[in-house]
Design a protein around this ligand. Structure first.
Ligand SMILES: [Zn+2]
Length: 368
């Protein structure tokens, strides 16, 4: 290896990238949380505060349920389109995720009881919500720093630019190519296998498309262009922003979850039964159920959205380069790339290929 290889640097992360994450993933839940806390401060009556919190949670739940229902039915309609491939969203998943949510909250409760059980004192409810918000955003901040760190590591390996012929072709033929500022090959580690190729934001209106080095060796120029067109679709459909907004919404729901755990702890520590049938405990129970259901809806919606995003973006890419070409490119993936998002991934890839072929056939029969 020559000396130049060692001194070469990857792409650095600009400050605007941190700002973007902070705004969508920290500022948005912070504003929402502060509004609810402010409401509690204004009401200054615990029962009324519980009631308004339950109403807010109901609103959140209904919104999330709508998103969930929409993505569920859309994915299901695609599943019907290619009925010969076994890939369907199922109600079993809902149950599994609900149980997971309950478990994780109980676990959190036990942790908080062990570490802070004796120090928890009787405060107004809105102050507990403030505490929950701080814990939630602290966790979020830590998560963001960790993911930025792995992003930085990956970008450091992004040293080989994609050939000028390919980039020029994309620049001349693709409608939204201006959304991508850089095209590079990177050493995608085993830990992030999903990134066989992907787009990443580098801050305001600056995006990079990273492609696994493996593709550089294995794919033809035509196939590489197919991969790039798929990635361009993610930016044209604002998928990065959606991902950040979901991260922010997770922050809000985490705050609510920590809040109900803190409340349950206080009730237990003060020997107040949660299951007593007075107005307080009844509203609290409804709140708990709503928070669990909303969290489950969010997790599942997010999962289905990831699938739907790939399907929609395949359609976008297929329209640009031809569905058959994109399908053939995807066909090259399974043998080398094991399950990245959940165990269904190989099924999902087959599903995507089948959908693309279906689309190609439809177009063919239309022109005949
Ligand atoms: Zn994709």
């Amino acid at each position: 290896m020559d000396v130049e290889q060692y001194t070469k640097r990857g792409v650095p992360l600009p400050v605007s990238d941190f700002l973007l994450l902070a705004i969508y993933a920290l500022f948005y839940p912070l504003v929402f949380g502060l509004l609810v806390i402010g409401l509690g401060y204004l009401i200054n009556n615990d029962l009324l505060f519980y009631i308004s919190l339950t109403v807010i949670s109901l609103g959140l739940f209904l919104t999330m349920l709508l998103f969930f229902y929409k993505s569920y039915t859309e994915l299901r309609s695609h599943a019907i389109e290619v009925a010969h491939v076994h890939f369907q969203p199922s109600w079993r998943e809902v149950i599994i995720h609900l149980i997971t949510q309950v478990y994780s909250v109980v676990f959190l409760g036990i942790l908080l009881a062990i570490f802070f059980g004796s120090t928890i004192i009787d405060l107004p409810q809105w102050q507990y919500l403030g505490l929950a918000l701080i814990i939630s955003l602290g966790y979020q901040g830590m998560f963001i720093i960790l993911s930025l760190n792995s992003k930085r590591k990956l970008l450091a390996t992004a040293q080989t630019p994609v050939s000028t012929e390919i980039v020029n072709h994309v620049r001349q033929n693709h409608p939204n190519n201006h959304l991508i500022n850089e095209f590079r090959f990177a050493d995608v580690e085993l830990a992030s296998l999903f990134l066989s190729a992907g787009v990443m934001t580098l801050g305001w209106k600056k995006n990079i498309c990273l492609i696994s080095q493996y593709f550089n060796w294995k794919l033809t120029d035509e196939e590489l262009i197919a991969v790039l067109s798929h990635e361009e679709g993610h930016l044209a459909r604002h998928h990065i922003r959606t991902a950040y907004l979901i991260l922010g919404t997770e922050g809000i729901l985490r705050t609510f979850r920590i809040f109900i755990v803190l409340n349950a702890l206080i009730l237990i520590l003060n020997d107040l039964p949660i299951l007593a049938f007075n107005t307080f405990s009844l509203i609290f129970l409804i709140l708990i159920i709503l928070v669990f259901l909303t969290s489950t809806c969010l997790v599942l919606t997010q999962r289905y959205r990831v699938y739907l995003q790939e399907i929609r973006v395949d359609c976008y890419g297929g329209n640009l380069v031809g569905h058959e070409i994109l399908a053939n490119t995807l066909k090259k993936l399974p043998s080398i790339i094991p399950a990245p998002i959940g165990s269904h991934q190989l099924d999902f890839l087959t599903f995507r290929i089948a959908l693309l072929r279906e689309q190609a056939n439809k177009l063919k029969s239309k022109t005949e």
